[in-house]
Design a protein around this ligand. Structure first.
Ligand code: CA
Length: 229
């Protein structure tokens, strides 16, 4: 799960970032309207935490922009102004929630979990594919009912694939989604290869009927295999 924090106040931004990283989210930050605009245009996020009053623009205009781009990001408005107007305007423009400052990080985390949960259909958090079952919140994976222990990044990669079965996943997009900010460096591709290799090995050892296939020259694809293959 990848989250963008748009907040110009450095101390608050850092507190939020620390809390989210601790909860295993991949976090990117933007301190200005322009920076946020560039990130939103170039990348996708599961949730955007949006400050309204930015030094170079109004967060509500960013929200308008997100909706115009038809992006599916969940947006939580975070506003210092205890203003009913901001709240009403934000929710009218399609924000998923509104959190007035100051707030407790526990409250922020609860709001994020809640919008991410609502964003999914049926409220059932478990993703099932083949004989593999993955719980995003509990960070648990089972193969044929047996717990499969995974390292943090292995889990993040598997989650990313299980949310997009049969989709061709470009390795740079995957690196960006799982590693965040610093993944644009070519250096990091060898981490992607290594983690995927380990993950494939663990899945096959556990007898999983899903497989991450390499698509030469493009990236990877998660497919289901038949049990006797
Ligand atoms: Ca601000």
């Amino acid at each position: 799960m990848k989250i963008l924090i748009v907040e110009d106040e450095p101390s608050l931004r850092e507190v939020m970032q620390r809390a989210l990283v601790q909860e295993h989210y991949v976090v990117e930050t933007a301190a200005t309207y322009a920076e946020a605009d560039a990130r939103i245009a170039g990348y996708s996020y599961d949730c955007i935490l949006l400050d309204i009053m930015l030094p170079d623009g109004n967060g509500l205009r960013l929200l308008e922009h997100i909706k115009r781009l038809r992006k599916r990001e969940n947006v939580i408005i975070i506003s210092a102004r205890d203003s009913l107007e901001d709240k009403v305007l934000g929710l009218e423009q399609g924000a998923d929630d509104y959190l007035p400052k100051p707030f407790h990080t526990a409250e922020l985390l609860a709001r994020i979990r809640s919008v991410l949960r609502r964003g999914r259909s049926g409220g059932d958090l478990t993703i099932d594919l083949g004989n593999v079952s993955l719980e995003p919140e509990g960070r648990r994976v089972q193969v044929g009912g047996v717990e499969l222990p995974l390292l943090k990044k292995e889990f993040d990669i598997l989650l990313y694939f299980m949310q997009r079965p049969n989709h061709l996943v470009d390795k740079s997009v995957l690196a960006e989604a799982v590693w965040g900010d610093h993944a644009d460096q070519a250096d990091n591709f060898h981490f992607v290869y290594a983690q995927i290799k380990n993950l494939r090995h663990k899945l096959s050892e556990a007898g999983a009927t899903i497989e991450i296939r390499a698509v030469y020259g493009f990236g990877y694809k998660l497919v289901t295999t038949t049990a006797d293959e």
